[in-house]
Design a protein around this ligand. Structure first.
Ligand SMILES: [Zn+2]
Length: 120
């Protein structure tokens, strides 16, 4: 039986999207992108909200460009080498520099995070 689990998961995401107050760090490098979607990224282990991210283009989330992170629950002003959950301390992403575009991004580790679309 999969559906009760899915309903609970959906409810958790809805609650997370409404609260939003856990994301205490505003990203100083944030730049608005037209036609993007807002995605709430949370820890796959403990559901702690990690970041509000501005996603451009279709498809799933593989990495987060630093300049598109709106808010986060981790202080990114020093650009730490890894992104870890502030609650359970598990590592969720590693910092990478995309040479082609010379941009800093956090490459998310597969299956250790959840995403939910946030409606503005
Ligand atoms: Zn966690």
């Amino acid at each position: 039986m999969l559906w009760p689990f899915l309903i609970i998961k959906t409810l958790l995401f809805m609650a997370a999207a409404v609260e939003g107050d856990f994301l205490i760090y505003d990203n100083p490098n944030y730049r608005r992108v037209r036609g993007s979607r807002l995605i709430l990224v949370s820890c796959g282990y403990c559901q702690t909200k990690i970041a509000l991210y501005q996603k451009a283009g279709p498809g799933g989330l593989l990495r987060m460009y630093v300049e598109r992170i709106v808010k986060s629950s981790v202080d990114l002003s020093t650009l730490p080498g890894a992104l870890s959950c502030p609650n359970c301390k598990k590592q969720l992403a590693t910092k990478v520099t995309l040479k082609r575009r010379n941009k800093e991004a956090y490459a998310l580790i597969r299956s250790v995070f959840n995403t939910a679309e946030v409606h503005r």
